[in-house]
Write a protein that binds this ligand. Structure first.
Ligand code: NAP
Length: 258
C-alpha cells in the first residue's frame, strides 16, 4: 500500500483519476480508496488495469467502496464523455477529477516527428480538455468540485529534447487557471501540480550518471517519490485547501524556485 497515514477521510466522495494504472496515478488511487473515496481510474492497458483494481481492493478495509478500472484512452473525446456518463450513472456524480495521465515522446526538435508532437498533445493536453469538459456539468449542478492537473516543472522552465512535452505541460497551466476563473463562483476549484523529477517508469530510463546529476541539482538532494506527489494532490482535494484555486504548486524538492 502506498503512502503514510493520511488525516483525511474522503468517504462519500467520488474520484476519477486518469492514468491510475502506474506511477503517481496508481499511488493516488490507492490512497484515495483507502481513505474512503469511491475511486474510478482509467488507462489504456486493460490487463494491468484489472490487476491494479484487484490489488487495491484486496487491501481495502471492510465496507470501503471498491475501486474500479475503466479502459479508456483519454485522447478520445467520445470515450471520455461515455466514461463520465458511466460513472455518473453508477455513483451519482464526480467530486474529484485528477487529470494525471501523461506520456513522453522525447527528441530534439530537428528529430521530433509530427506524430511525436501530435500524440503528446492529444494525451497530455487534449485529454485534460476531454475529461474536464465531461465532468464539469455535473460539478456545476452540485456546486462542488475539485479539479487537479498534473503539469511539470518542465512546463515552466522548458527542457532540451522535450519541446512537445513542455508545450503541453505549459498549456495545462493556462487551461487549469482559466477553469479556476470560470468555475470559482460555483465552488469548483482548479489547481495545478508541477512535479520535479519523480521516480516512476517515466524516469526509469535515466542512467545512474544522469540520476546523480539530477539529484545534485535538487536542494533536498533526491528524486521525489510517487507519494510526495500524491500527498500534494490529497491536500488540494481536502477541506484544508477550500480557499485555494488557480495555483501552480511545485513539488520538486526545491529544484526550480520560480
Ligand atoms: P507513468 O508512470 O508513465 O504512468 C502514466 C499513466 O498514464 C499510466 O497509468 C498510463 O496507463 C496512463 N496513460 C498514458 N496514456 C494514456 C491514455 N492515452 N489514456 C489513458 N491513460 C493513459 O507516469 P507518472 O510518472 O506517474 O506521471 C503521471 C503524471 O505526472 C504525468 O502527467 C506526467 O507527465 C507527470 N509528471 C511526471 C513526472 C515524473 O518525473 N515521473 C514529473 C513531472 C510530471 P496505460 O499505460 O494503461 O495507458
Amino acid at each position: 500500500m502506498a503512502g503514510a497515514d493520511h488525516p483525511f477521510d474522503y468517504s462519500g466522495r467520488v474520484a476519477l483519476v486518469t492514468g491510475g494504472t502506474r506511477g503517481i496515478g496508481r499511488a493516488l488511487s490507492e490512497t484515495l480508496a483507502r481513505q474512503g473515496a469511491r475511486v474510478f481510474f482509467c488507462g489504456t492497458n486493460r490487463e494491468l488495469g484489472g490487476l491494479v483494481a484487484e490489488e487495491i481492493n484486496r487491501e481495502l478495509p471492510p465496507g470501503t467502496p471498491e475501486a474500479a478500472f475503466l479502459p479508456v484512452d483519454i485522447a478520445d473525446f467520445k470515450a471520455c464523455s461515455a466514461m463520465v456518463a458511466e460513472i455518473n450513472a453508477a455513483a451519482g456524480g464526480i467530486d474529484f477529477l485528477v487529470n494525471n495521465a501523461g506520456i513522453t515522446r522525447d527528441n530534439l526538435l530537428l528529430r521530433l516527428k509530427e506524430s511525436d508532437w501530435d500524440e503528446v498533445m492529444a494525451v497530455n493536453l487534449k485529454g485534460c480538455f476531454n475529461c474536464s469538459k465531461a465532468v464539469v456539468r455535473g460539478m456545476l449542478k452540485k456546486r462542488y468540485g475539485r479539479i487537479i492537473f498534473l503539469s511539470s516543472v518542465i512546463g515552466l522552465m522548458g527542457n532540451a529534447g522535450q519541446s512537445n512535452y513542455a508545450a503541453a505541460k505549459a498549456g495545462i497551466i493556462g487551461f487549469g487557471r482559466s477553469l479556476a476563473r470560470e468555475l470559482a463562483s460555483r465552488n469548483i476549484t482548479s489547481n495545478i501540480i508541477a512535479p520535479g523529477y519523480i521516480q516512476t517508469e517515466m524516469t526509469a530510463a535515466l542512467d545512474e550518471k544522469t540520476r546523480a546529476e539530477i539529484s545534485g541539482a535538487i536542494p533536498l538532494g533526491r528524486l521525489g517519490t510517487v507519494d510526495d506527489i500524491s500527498n500534494a494532490v490529497l491536500f488540494l482535494l481536502s477541506p484544508l485547501a477550500d480557499y485555494i484555486t488557480g495555483q501552480v504548486l511545485q513539488v520538486d524538492g526545491g529544484m526550480l524556485m520560480a
